[in-house]
Design a protein around this ligand. Sequence first.
Ligand code: PHE
Length: 434
Amino acid sequence: MKERGHWGSRLGFVLAAAGSAVGLGNIWKFPYITGVNGGGAFVLVYLICVVVVGLPIMLAEFQIGAISQRNPVGAVRELEGKKWTPWLLFGGMGVLAAFVIMSFYSVVAGWSLAFVANSLSGYDVGSANGLFQTLTHNSGLQIFWHGIFMTMTGVVVAGGVNKGLERANDWLMPGLILLLLGMAVYATTLPGFGKGFAFLFHFDFGQLTPKGILSALGHAFFTLSLGMGAMITYGSYLKQSENNNLFSSALWILFLDTTIALTAGLVIFPIAFTAGFEPGQGPGLIFNTLPQAFAQLPGGMLLSTVFFLLLSFAAFTSALSLVEVAVSFVVDELGVARKTAAFLIAIALFLLGIPVVLSSSFFEAMDVLSANYLLPLGGMLIALYTGWKMDPDKRKQGWDTIPRWVYLTWVWLLRTVAPAMVGLIFLNTIFEWV
Ligand code: PHE
């Protein structure tokens, strides 16, 4: 078997995994769901979910990947020492989820590219609202930008772990952080900053419904890229022979993901308020309201370019991990060469995006299928597998430098709290009792 790729450094791994985590979920979804769910109260619940459920499952995924050195399906085969076991379910579902998520992710990322190109070329951002309308009424244009995005993703993934994924993340993640910090500094100078800040951090426990609590938990999964093997795949490119400091790496990824989401809120809300818009209106916030707000501010075109560029960076580094899950499966399990695999999968994903563009109900179905079913179920199985089934010697490998109580707490959370909480969201999506 050919030598598998590996991360060149721990920083490269942390940036790539953070790149996977930080995506449309942080910049598009987090601010608006926080807005409608009671601000600071929701953020608090979300943070608890991240630590109690997200962190243990992220560590479980890293451990499975690092020990097995395989894609999500091959990892279970390797750890269990047999070709077929019921636990293959979570690996298989993960590969399926990669296709499902990518089908609409790439379309939305394509919109973002369209906004960058239009703002850069001096298209009047005053009518950028018009651009969103144009896009949603022009399938050909959406398919064009989706195709461009898919091509870029395919090319980088074809480049391999070290020269493709790692190199792209080494540039794009610091770039994203700088652009976001620049926008955040600018946002503090706006008259609407105080109002935006208050909107994000006001504590209104009355507005926090049981549904909001469940959506905080669901979002913790999506935003941390958990439950579908992306972190298994990235973990599998760690060198098994080294102490990989999985625990501190995971803490860094959690920290970056959360602070970037909060900072995005501190950019978006002040801009919306300053231009006199209400930001509580939901998903249309960044493609519909925000461009109109930019148009009313001095230097709006520049702001719009920077904002959509950073959104595109975020979406791109997440898409790389989604495509990599599918590519690593095809390479490891079917023995196809990486470049061929990347090419074929990019084409398949391009085709899958077309019905998403053409039918908004298909779009929604893909979103719901992945976020509400595949990820939570996958995450629950990963927690149960690592907590109860995985060989304890393999589970403990690499944990000798971490205090024992931390290890024991991790295993306990995987066995009990994490599956129970995930089971709760999962059952709720089926029975809709809240
Ligand atoms: N975490 C990404 C985001 O927040 C989405 C994602 C989910 C990426 C699952 C990979 C795997 O946008």
